[in-house]
Design a protein. Structure first.
Length: 270
């Protein structure tokens, strides 16, 4: 009798575990289906959930300069104070934001430049405790036209972002020949790469070619902006794409440059 009772208990326990597994699986499938349907509806209606401005954690997080400050030289025109990084932030401050890309693209608004100013520089550093390691640095020749530019570091392993590491980037515009003066206007900020989850990968497949919808839902700023920016560049007359672009920049407090044209893509190779 004791053995029979023990066997019955084992069967009952196994049955309960099986039911728990089945119910959990059904629940997860239901949640995933709801999220997929939501993304599909957003794509169909050419509307997406506005990107939520990330908040600084209580213990603090690195902040940079979203809008350039004044230069120290009379060679620096006051118009360069409009130099702006297209990142989440609070007025002049830039906040840490996320990417799942190994070599993400960075976006900036550059005001009209005088003929004497055409030199820029992009710098990427990895932070490890108090240590700073230079990952990538390159000079850029600027056209002088006002508008939005994008900068993508080379797709080479030595420049790839490592998961869960914080990176600090700078974009400088020099007030004259950089070999003769160090005076410049600059913006800077921080990026952290997250691991691409299976859930997000499934959402991206559902949202394609409007992956920015899935990125926005998951608070992945750099990739949402890049995907939407690429669509806007390829479809400049598309009203729905233009509206989503304006909405995305408005969500992070950059309405003053939301209507500016995308004028140049620096897709760097070395």
């Amino acid at each position: 009798m004791i053995k029979k009772k023990s066997l019955d208990q084992q069967i009952k326990c196994a049955s309960v575990v099986t039911l728990l597994i089945i119910s959990t699986t059904i629940y997860l499938q239901s949640v995933q289906a709801q999220l997929t349907n939501s993304i599909q509806n957003n794509v169909k209606n050419s509307h997406f959930q506005s990107f939520q401005q990330p908040k600084l954690p209580r213990n603090g997080a690195p902040t940079g300069r979203r809008k350039a400050g004044a230069g120290r030289s009379p060679e620096c025109p006051s118009s360069l104070t409009h130099l702006t990084a297209l990142v989440p932030g609070d007025e002049g401050k830039s906040f840490l934001a996320s990417t799942v890309a190994e070599n993400p693209t960075f976006w900036f608004y550059v005001p009209r430049l005088p003929e004497t100013i055409h030199s820029g520089e992009f710098v990427l550093q990895m932070l490890s405790g108090k240590d700073v390691q230079n990952i990538y640095r390159t000079p850029l020749t600027l056209s002088g036209k006002p508008g939005i530019i994008s900068i993508t570091p080379p797709a080479q392993p030595q420049y790839f972002l490592k998961a869960d590491k914080k990176y600090h980037w700078y974009f400088h515009v020099y007030c004259g020949d950089p070999e003769k003066t160090s005076d410049n206007f600059y913006v800077d900020g921080f990026v952290q790469r997250q691991v691409l989850t299976q859930s997000l990968e499934n959402q991206l497949k559902t949202a394609k070619p409007k992956e920015y919808i899935a990125y926005s839902v998951n608070n992945i700023w750099y990739d949402a902006l890049t995907n939407l920016g690429q669509l806007r560049r390829a479809n400049p007359q598309n009203a729905a794409i233009n509206k989503d672009w304006v909405d995305l920049l408005n969500a992070v407090g950059l309405p003053d440059i939301a209507q500016e044209p995308i004028i140049q893509d620096y897709h760097l190779e070395k």
